[in-house]
Design a protein. Structure first.
Lengths: 321, 242
């Protein structure tokens, strides 16, 4: 796959204040972000958050209500639709294949619509990359959902796009098919293809994406998964001792790296800290000095799901208020 | 045609024709409807005796068969956009560099070509049956050079007009059945005109033929642009008006 890093440092996608209304209903509002060429970018959000509408807007299928964007270096404007669509590919959530045509016939149709040179070679390459060469002559109507997703992915690869939009590519797939699609996306990402991945599978985003954004009509946050965790959650150590400490407040409060702590009567403690590397040895020493039998000390792990739920819960709370 | 890609238009035509070939119900529908319009003129021609041939000299039975290009393509054209939309294949198509004018023209031509070929074929079958089986004197009384010429010229013009109306309905409809029913209804005025001419209620003349021909030619040219304008990507994808 071709790695396009064009325009020397210019972003693959630059979105500023982009908004889409359907009458009174806001699909998404004031969305601003940039994506670099070669980046795998996750776009997360609950159902109805505006993820698909954002993809459709950036893919020139629908017009924004306000705001600006440049897609693959081309300003998002009504006259630039064809130019933009030549440089990108979108894999919609539903594969939308012609069931009465074979896999190869479906791909040939789209290769010709993209006016690719040597369509036969491109089709072969796309089929190889999704490992479907042996199913080229099967009618699409006879394929399983996982195979259909792979055909749709092959179709999106035909034009060797600068930006590949994948809208919920693993929706409705079984774990095996999902893993196959993950592997394909990871391979494409390693190959330098810029990928814009919308999903509500957080483990998928965490595993595949360089950066993620969380959208809930408005953009709630953006960054690397680890950064988001650090930004939203204090670092903490989870400690287990054989018996409860006699005076835990004296043990933890005297340590400068400890910000606060909580615990229960069975010897489990959660200690918020500023710096893991400084705090963990000091806490271990203090516990031993206090005569505690330490069973374990581990850093508390907050998943991207925790970040996501925290932000979405905040929105839900704000709405209730 | 400036700025339009012939390759993309050809691709849409090829894809549509491939789909027709693989959809038995389309082939059956396209074949049966024209046969219905063949029955009346054939029966009329074969039951006319040589003595009565003089009385049908002023009939234009052949023009009755212009109902075939009016009706046959409307069913297929009505499916063109709303069908893709309901099957979920429209959105992937629209993500490609395909322009709406190319999509509309490709789909229209893919309906026009088989509809015209079929209409000519049925017409040829009628001429052959009359020529072989009708009583002496009937073929020469029934088949006028001007009617044959009118059939040849008006078949593609009427078919194209019928296609544009049906495609206009298809771009706005949300249900395939509704689109097909409305399209058949919309083709009835054309059928009414050809039938009135066939039964001598409207008297055909060179002037009427020229006016209708030029009118249809202009309308067909304008209709392509109008239908393309009706093709609203946003409305078709999200079901909301822009």
């Amino acid at each position: 796959m071709r790695a396009d890093r064009r325009d020397h440092g210019a972003p693959a996608l630059a979105v500023s204040g982009l908004t889409k209304h359907f009458g009174e209903r806001i699909a998404f509002e004031d969305v601003t972000f940039e994506i670099a060429y070669g980046e795998v970018f996750g776009f997360l959000g609950p159902n109805g958050a505006g993820k698909t509408t954002t993809v459709r807007t950036l893919g020139t299928l629908i017009a924004p209500s306000s705001g600006t964007a440049a897609v693959a270096g081309i300003p998002l404007a009504p006259d630039n639709g064809v130019k933009i669509r030549r440089r990108i590919a979108i894999m919609p959530e539903s594969p939308g294949l012609y069931d009465r045509l074979s896999v190869a016939e479906n791909l040939r149709c789209f290769a010709n619509l993209y006016e690719v040179s040597a369509p036969g070679e491109r089709i072969e390459r796309a089929l190889r990359s999704v490992r479907l060469t042996d199913r080229a002559h099967d009618l699409c109507g006879t394929l399983s959902k996982g195979l259909r997703q792979r055909v749709a992915l092959a179709r999106a690869l035909l034009s060797e796009p600068q930006i590949l939009f994948l809208d919920e590519p693993t929706s409705g797939l079984d774990p095996v098919a999902r893993r196959e699609v993950h592997e394909l996306i990871a391979t494409l990402g390693r190959g330098g293809v810029t990928i814009f991945l919308t999903t509500h599978r957080l483990e998928e985003a965490e595993r595949l994406c360089d950066r993620v954004a969380i959208l809930n009509t408005r953009l709630r946050t953006i960054g690397q998964p680890a950064q988001l965790r650090d930004r939203l959650f204090a670092k903490a150590l989870t400690i287990r001792t054989r018996a409860a400490l006699c005076d835990p407040d004296r043990v933890f409060s005297d340590l400068p790296a400890v910000e606060r702590w909580s615990g229960d009567s069975d010897g489990s403690y959660l200690v918020s800290i500023s710096d893991t590397e400084a705090a963990a040895p000091a806490i271990t020493r203090a516990l031993v000095a206090a005569g505690a039998d330490v069973l374990s000390i581990s850093e508390s792990y907050h998943s991207l799901e925790d970040v996501y739920l925290e932000l979405i819960d905040e929105d839900t709370e704000a709405l209730r208020r | 045609m400036r700025g339009l890609s012939r390759r993309r238009i050809r691709t849409i035509i090829a894809k549509e024709l491939q789909m027709y070939r693989r959809t038995g119900s389309i082939v059956v529908t396209m074949s049966i409807i024209p046969l219905v319009f063949l029955i009346q003129p054939v029966v009329s021609a074969l039951t006319t005796s040589s003595a009565a041939a003089v009385s049908i000299r002023h009939h234009h039975e052949l023009l009755y068969m212009l109902a075939i290009p009016a009706l046959v393509p409307s069913m297929l054209a009505a499916y063109a956009v709303v069908g893709e939309r309901q099957q979920g294949t429209l959105e992937p198509l629209l993500t490609t560099p395909l322009r709406r004018e190319e999509l509309i023209l490709g789909k229209a031509l893919a309906v026009l070509v088989p509809a015209v070929v079929l209409s000519y074929l049925i017409f040829a079958v009628f001429l052959a049956i009359v020529g072989i089986f009708a009583h002496p004197g009937v073929p020469s009384a029934l088949i006028h050079g001007s009617d044959v010429l009118a059939q040849v010229i008006f078949t593609p013009l009427i078919a194209a007009w019928s296609i544009w109306i049906a495609m206009a309905i298809s771009t706005r409809a949300t249900d395939i059945r509704v689109a097909q029913q409305l399209s058949v209804l919309a083709s009835l005025p054309t059928i009414a005109v050809t039938t009135l001419i066939a039964f001598n209620v409207l008297h055909p003349s060179l002037r009427l033929a020229a006016s209708l021909g030029i009118g249809l030619l202009v309308l067909n040219r304008v209709a392509w642009r109008l239908v393309s304008m009706l093709f609203d990507r946003e409305r078709l994808i999200v079901g909301t008006r822009t």
